[in-house]
Design a protein around this ligand. Structure first.
Ligand SMILES: Nc1ncnc2c1ncn2[C@@H]1O[C@H](COP(=O)(O)OP(=O)(O)O)[C@@H](O)[C@H]1O
Ligand SMILES: [Mg+2]
Length: 305
């Protein structure tokens, strides 16, 4: 199957600044693909090259088999775009914005009323843009990106500035888009968002891709360490824990032990050891690495703003 998006060796400079360098990846049909990295990493530049809004200095891009720069009008009919920091006129009403966007496409657009309903904006259809909450504005931008029933949807830092609850609601909407068979290409600097939402991610830093895979495989590959922290009064337990094959360190504390090891089997092995030796524990918790840890490991710095 031909990938929906193929990016090969693109580079983009602004004067002395190399924004994107030797970037290559493929996005498959029906997946949520995330380009993730800190502010200034080159995410928006890469995305806008793929959308045909900027021209890379070199390298090739194909979207739905089209050249996004030469065939931008053809492509625009088939993709949906939500731009970072998008703004509308203060006093444009929700339904007016939807109407305006719908008029930009040659092909028949989808039922706008249904779209507003799906995005929870029906009761805001007559509200001015400036009177919408942050979450409502973002939902409107999603609606505008979906109005032409696109095959590929581009979302740039969709949930930046939203509270956790609105963020979750937006994640659910993005999953719905994917579940309706569309391909989603998004950027985010939020590792939790990437981990929960994306089927695959490409980590970008200083304009270069560091690694690409599912969040789970990235964690397994770069951060195989697992930790179990447990509370027990059984002093003989330490020796038992040390004999577990994947265990690398057993660190006693006042109330119990911290057990460190490599690989997914660590947790199961500790549980089996507790059970086989009838070790009584009054507390048990795991510390598992996530995409944030992968980022720190790969770049030596935290991504948090
Ligand atoms: N139009 C522009 N002119 C000059 N420099 C730019 C322009 N757009 C982006 N840059 C620079 O290119 C780099 C990558 O920016 P950008 O693609 O916006 O990153 P991100 O979206 O990951 O935050 C940054 O150093 C940024 O300052
Ligand atoms: Mg950006």
């Amino acid at each position: 199957m031909q990938p929906v998006i193929e990016v090969s060796g693109i580079r983009k400079t602004y004067g002395q600044t190399v924004a994107v360098d030797e970037v290559s990846f493929e996005v498959k049909e029906g997946e949520i693909f995330g380009l993730i990295g800190p502010n200034g990493a080159g995410k928006t530049t890469t995305m806008e090259c793929i959308e045909g809004l900027r021209k890379p200095d070199r390298g090739t891009i194909s979207v739905l088999g089209l050249d996004p720069f030469r065939q931008v009008y053809k492509l625009q009919e088939r993709i949906g775009v939500q731009l970072q920091q998008a703004q509308l006129q203060k006093r444009i009403k929700v339904w007016e914005a939807v109407d305006l966007w719908a008029s930009l496409y040659r092909k028949k657009v989808i039922d706008a009323e249904r779209l507003l309903e799906q995005l929870g904006l029906s009761d805001k259809r007559a509200a001015w843009f400036m009177n919408l909450s942050g979450g409502q504005k973002q939902r409107l931008f999603i609606a505008l990106a979906l109005i032409n029933d696109p095959e590929v949807v581009f979302l740039d830092e969709l949930t930046t500035g939203l509270d956790p609850q609105s963020r979750r609601a937006i994640w659910a909407l993005v999953r719905d888009i994917r579940d309706r068979g569309k391909t989603v290409f998004l950027t985010t600097h939020l590792m939790e968002e990437a981990e929960r939402l994306c089927d695959r991610v490409a980590i970008i830093e200083h304009g270069r891709i560091i690694d690409i895979d599912t969040p789970k495989r990235l964690v397994d590959r770069h951060c195989p360490e697992r930790t179990v922290v447990l509370t027990t009064e059984d002093a003989s337990a330490e020796e038992r824990f040390r004999s577990i094959p994947v265990v690398e360190a057993v660190i006693p504390s006042d109330i119990g032990f911290t057990i460190r090891g490599l690989g997914e089997d660590l947790v199961t092995n500790v549980i089996l050891c507790l059970s086989e030796n009838r070790i009584r524990v009054s507390d048990f918790r795991t510390i598992l690495p996530n995409l944030e840890d992968v980022f720190v490991k790969l770049t030596g710095q935290s991504i948090r703003e």
